[in-house]
Design a protein around this ligand. Sequence first.
Ligand code: SF4
Length: 278
Amino acid sequence: MKTISYDKFKNTVKELTIAAIYDLDEEVVESLKLASKKEEDLSKIILDEIIENAKIARERRIPICQDTGIVVVFLEIGNLVFCNFSIEKAINEAVKEAYVEEYFRMSVVGSPITRKNTFTNTPCIIHTKIVEGDSLKITVCPKGAGSENLSALKMLTPSVGKEGIIDFVIDTVINAGGKVCPPMIVGVGIGGNFEECALISKKALLRPISDQSNDEEALELEKTIFEKINNLNIGPMGVGGKTTCLAVKVNLAPCHIASLPVAVNFQCHASRHKEAIL
Ligand code: SF4
């Protein structure tokens, strides 16, 4: 049994939140640099500015983007981990401290109807999974609205097959166009049920750009959809070009014989997520 203290947990969430907002992952930066080599004119200028922006953000501790997002937290809690406090309260306190102390934009309203800002950037959205072991994995993902608002889920009929899945993903990308601040990362969830499908599409965005699915069907879809998206000529920030997406990640889940849920969750170039294992 491992005991994790409130301070250790809360401070880790706070540090991850701040790091995610200032430090774009090196892997994303490298992917943007590779893309820049393939582009010319305005699309190249935009990619180079995105790369420069990430450098300035890291060096001067300025948010990568003004939309510092609503914070999504994924927890994998070992069954041998003991926390003598409310994990939910600790996460919200950590995020509140991070946003207040660093002057990040407060982007959360307490009710979708009355729409009053909570001025703490909380509550966060928390997904918890109990796993075997004595460690606790925390992934913090501040998610902007632009890429989230154009995301979509559809309950397809199984008869549409792979072609129907690809068509839905491509139509969703075309509809999103430049509004999701491309180059984007596209998380695709296929299977599960309504809510599971959305969740696996979001989890797909946490996979490293270099990560390839170990499922043959998913891998083939990742390659096919990646190529089709980059042939759409949407390009960086929608100005046209070869680079509309940096990666496509497909996650599969078992589902009902009569269902084929497909979810597309977009991640803009400000791909912010950090993780730690306690
Ligand atoms: S989509 Fe991303 S880069 Fe564009 S405004 Fe939103 S958070 Fe910022």
